[in-house]
Design a protein around this ligand. Structure first.
Ligand code: COA
Ligand code: AMP
Length: 632
C-alpha cells in the first residue's frame, strides 16, 4: 500500500482506475466494463452497467464464505435490559423471510418503503429486506413528529410502512403508533399496508385491513433470494434538513455505496472482517445507515446496535460498559455524547471501572469537535481520538485521519485531510481558490466519489440549485472553513440555515415556518446559538403583530409546543425573544448570517445594504440578555 499522498493523488488523477480496483472487493452479478458515466454533468453515475445486490454483499456472501456462525449484530438495550447476539446465518434467515413477507405484500424492485422504527434489530432486518428485494427504503428518525413523517410519506409515496409499537427514551415510553396513525391521517398518499412490530412494554392498536403484525407475517413467510439490481438503482432515500420546511431526499445508489463503504472500513477506520465496530448513533441518521448497518456488514464485522444513551442508561459509564462487554475495537459517535459524559463524570470515575483492552480508537463526527472536548477525550481514553467530517449527502467521510493508510499528527479542531476521492477546495465568493488559512466556502470538485448522493428524490432541479449551481463544476458543502499550509481542513460551521443540535441536523427555516403560523407572530427568525452541551440550540426572535395580545410568556410556551408537535422534541426549541423588529437589508431580506454572528459573540462586518443599523444593536442587546439574564 502507498502513502496517503500517493493514494490521494491516484484517487483524484485516475479516479476510474482507483475505483475499479476498489470495486474488486465487492461481489457483482455483472461486473462493469464502464466505471464512470460522466455524460450528463452535474449528474455522475458510478459503475453504470454493473449489477449487484447490497444485501447479498452484507449477508449472503459472508455465509457463503464461512462466516455464518460469526456474530453479525449485537443488540444491546439497557432500556429494556436486553443483550442479543445474532449471527450472520441467523440474520440472513430473518432477512430472507421478512423479504418474503414484504414480497407477499406486493413490494418489489423500485417500490418505496418507509421504516419508522426505534433501535431494534428489526429495523436492520427491514432495511436489508428492502435491499434484498431491490426496494428503496426510507428510514425516518423516531424523534420526528407526525407532521415530519407525513411530509416524508407524501414525498416518498411508500407502498408499505414498517414501524414498531414504540421505544424507550431513557425511562420514558414513546408510543409510535399514535404518531404513525396521525401522520397517515395528515398525509395525502395512502400506503397499502403498515407492518407493526409489537414490543412488550407498549402495545400498538391495529387497524383492521391495513395493519399487520410483524411477528405473524415473518413466521408465515418463505425465504426469498436476492434480486439483482443495477448498480445505479437507488438503495435508499434519506431525508435530511435543508433550508426550508421540506427536507431533501438524498438518494443513495447500490453499487457506488457498497464499494465506497467497504473501502472506508479498511482505509479510514482500519477495521477488518471479524472486528467489533460500534457506531453509537441511530439508524434514522446517515451515520446509522452507513456505520451501524451497511459498512460493518459489508466488511464482515460485528456491528453493535445500542438502544440507550451515553448518560442515564443507567450512568455515564454506559459506553465503557458496552465497549468492555462486547470487546469493541472502534467506537464512532458524536462529540455531544462525550460532552454529556464529561458533564456527569468529569474526572472519569466511571471510566476507571472498566477494562477496555480491545478498544483501539474513537471516531467523532456529526458536528465540529471543539478542542476542549477533544483534549478531554484524549486524556481520558489515552487512545487516538479522530475527528472526521461528512454529511448525509456524502454518506461517508470527506475528511479524516485515514488510519488504514497513514496516521497523521492531529491538529485539534481539524478533521485532518481530505479523504481519497474528495478534491476539496476553499473558494471565495467569486469562485477563486483561496490561499492557505483563508476562510471561504468549502466545496468539492465534481465528480464526487462513489457512495455520495446521486441526486435528490424526484428533484433533479433542487439537486442543482442546492449543490452545483453556486460554483460551476463543484459540489457546495454549505460548510465554511479553511485549509492550513499543511492541507489540514478546518470546518467552522454551516453557512446556511441548517443547525446541528446534539449531532442532529435541523433546519431553522423549518422552525420559522412553524413559528410564523402563531396568530400573534408577525415575523420571525430562528438562529443557532452555541451551547456547551448540544453544540447549538435554536433561538427564535419574533416580532409580534400590532394589537396582538402581548403575553410573551404564553407565546413562548405556545411556540415550544408547536415546534415539538410539528417537528419533534429533538428540535430542542425552548427559547424565544420578542424583538421590536428584525435587521434587514434595504430590499427587505432578513440578515440571518449577521444575527448568527451576534448570537455567538463573533465579529461581523456591518452589511453595506443594511436598512437600519440600530436594529443590530437591539439584537445584540437581546442576545446579551439571553446569555446573562437579569434576575426578575
Ligand atoms: N425518539 C423519540 N424522542 C427522542 C428520540 C427518539 N429516537 N431521540 C431524542 N428524543 C427526544 C428526547 O427524549 C428529548 O425529549 P424531551 O425534550 O421530552 O426531554 C428530546 O428529543 C431531545 O433529545 P436529545 O437532544 O437527544 O437530548 P437528551 O437530553 O435526551 O440527550 C444527549 C442528550 C447528548 C445525551 C443525546 O443527544 C445524545 O446521545 N446525542 C448523541 C447524538 C448522536 O449520536 N447523533 C448521531 C450523529 S453521529
Ligand atoms: P449531517 O448531514 O447530519 O451529517 O450533518 C452534516 C453537517 O454536520 C456538516 O455539513 C457539518 O456542518 C457538520 N459536521 C459533521 N461532521 C463535522 C465535523 N467533524 N466537523 C465539523 N462539522 C461537522
Amino acid at each position: 500500500m502507498g502513502s496517503y499522498d500517493e493514494i490521494f493523488r491516484k484517487s483524484i488523477e485516475e479516479p476510474v482506475a482507483f475505483w475499479k480496483e476498489a470495486a474488486e472487493a465487492i461481489d457483482w452479478y455483472k461486473k462493469c466494463d464502464r466505471i464512470l458515466d460522466d455524460s450528463r454533468p452535474p449528474f455522475y453515475r458510478w459503475f453504470p452497467n454493473g449489477e449487484i445486490n447490497t444485501c447479498f454483499n452484507a449477508l449472503d456472501r459472508h455465509v457463503r464464505d464461512g462466516l455464518g456462525d460469526q456474530v453479525a449484530l449485537i443488540y444491546d438495550s439497557p432500556v429494556t435490559n436486553t443483550v442479543k447476539h445474532i449471527t450472520y446465518r441467523q440474520m440472513l434467515d430473518r432477512v430472507a423471510r421478512f423479504s418474503g413477507a414484504l414480497r407477499g405484500l406486493g413490494v418489489g424492485k423500485g417500490d418505496t418503503v418507509i421504516i419508522y422504527m426505534p433501535m431494534i434489530p428489526e429495523a436492520v432486518v427491514a432495511m436489508l429486506a428492502c435491499a434484498r428485494l431491490g426496494a428503496i427504503h426510507s428510514v425516518v428518525f423516531g424523534g420526528f413528529a407526525a407532521n415530519e413523517l407525513a411530509l416524508r410519506i407524501d414525498h416518498a409515496k411508500p407502498k408499505v410502512i414498517i414501524s414498531a409499537s414504540g421505544s424507550m427514551e431513557g425511562k420514558k415510553v414513546i408510543a409510535y403508533k399514535p404518531l404513525l396513525d396521525r401522520a397517515i391521517e395528515l398525509a395525502e398518499h395512502r400506503a397499502e399496508r403498515c407492518v407493526l412490530f409489537q414490543r412488550p412494554f407498549v402495545e400498538a392498536s391495529m387497524i383492521d385491513g391495513r395493519d399487520l403484525d410483524w411477528q405473524e407475517i415473518e413466521s408465515q413467510a418463505a425465504p426469498v433470494d436476492c434480486v439483482p439490481v443495477k448498480a445505479t438503482d437507488p438503495l435508499y432515500i434519506l431525508y435530511t434538513s435543508g433550508t426550508t420546511g421540506m427536507p431533501k431526499g438524498v438518494i443513495r445508489d447500490n453499487g457506488g455505496h457498497a464499494v465506497a463503504l467497504h473501502w472506508s472500513m479498511k482505509y479510514i477506520y482500519n477495521v477488518k472482517a471479524g472486528d467489533i465496530f460500534w457506531a453509537a448513533s441511530d439508524v434514522g441518521w446517515v451515520v446509522g445507515h452507513s456505520y451501524i448497518v451497511y459498512a460493518p456488514l459489508l466488511m464482515g464485522c460485528t456491528t453493535v446496535l445500542y438502544e440507550g444513551k451515553p448518560v442515564g442508561t443507567p450512568d455515564p459509564g454506559a459506553f465503557w460498559r458496552v465497549i468492555e462487554q462486547h470487546k469493541v475495537k472502534v467506537l464512532f459517535t458524536a462529540p455531544t455524547a462525550f460532552r454529556a459524559i464529561k458533564k456527569e463524570d468529569p474526572e472519569g470515575v466511571f471510566f476507571k471501572k472498566y477494562h477496555l483492552d480491545h478498544f483501539e480508537c474513537l471516531f467523532l463526527a456529526g458536528e465540529r469537535l471543539d478542542p476542549d472536548t477533544y483534549h478531554w477525550a484524549c486524556a481520558l481514553l489515552d487512545r487516538p481520538v479522530i475527528d472526521h467530517w461528512w454529511q448525509t449527502e456524502t454518506g461517508w467521510p470527506i475528511a479524516s485521519n485515514c488510519l488504514g493508510i497513514e496516521h497523521f499528527p492531529i491538529k485539534p479542531g481539524s478533521p485532518t485531510k481530505a479523504v481519497p476521492g474528495y478534491d476539496v477546495k476553499i473558494l471565495d465568493n467569486d469562485g477563486n481558490e483561496l490561499p492557505a488559512n483563508h476562510d471561504g466556502d468549502v466545496v468539492i470538485k465534481l465528480p464526487l466519489p462513489p457512495g455520495t448522493l446521486a441526486s435528490l428524490w424526484q428533484a433533479d432541479d433542487k439537486f442543482i440549485s442546492s449543490y452545483t449551481s453556486r460554483f460551476s463544476g463543484y459540489y457546495l458543502t454549505s460548510d465554511g472553513g479553511y485549509k492550513d499550509e499543511d492541507g489540514y481542513l478546518f470546518i467552522m460551521g454551516r453557512i446556511d440555515d441548517v443547525i446541528n443540535i446534539a449531532g442532529h441536523r435541523l433546519s431553522t427555516g423549518a422552525m420559522e415556518e412553524v413559528i410564523a403560523t402563531h396568530p400573534a407572530v408577525a415575523e420571525c427568525a430562528v438562529v443557532g446559538a452555541d451551547d456547551t452541551l448540544k453544540g447549538q440550540l435554536p433561538v427564535g426572535l419574533v416580532v409580534l403583530k400590532a394589537g396582538a395580545v402581548q403575553d410573551a410568556e404564553q407565546i413562548e410556551k405556545d411556540l415550544i409546543q408547536m415546534v415539538r408537535n410539528q417537528i419533534g422534541p429533538i428540535a430542542c426549541y425552548k427559547t424565544t425573544a420578542v424583538v421590536p423588529r428584525l435587521p434587514k437589508t434595504r430590499s427587505g431580506k432578513i440578515l440571518r448570517g449577521t444575527m448568527r454572528a451576534i448570537a455567538n459573540g463573533k465579529d461581523y462586518r456591518m452589511p453595506s445594504t443594511i436598512d437600519d443599523p440600530t436594529t443590530l444593536e437591539e439584537i445584540t442587546e437581546t442576545f446579551n440578555h439571553l446569555r446573562f439574564p437579569t434576575k426578575k
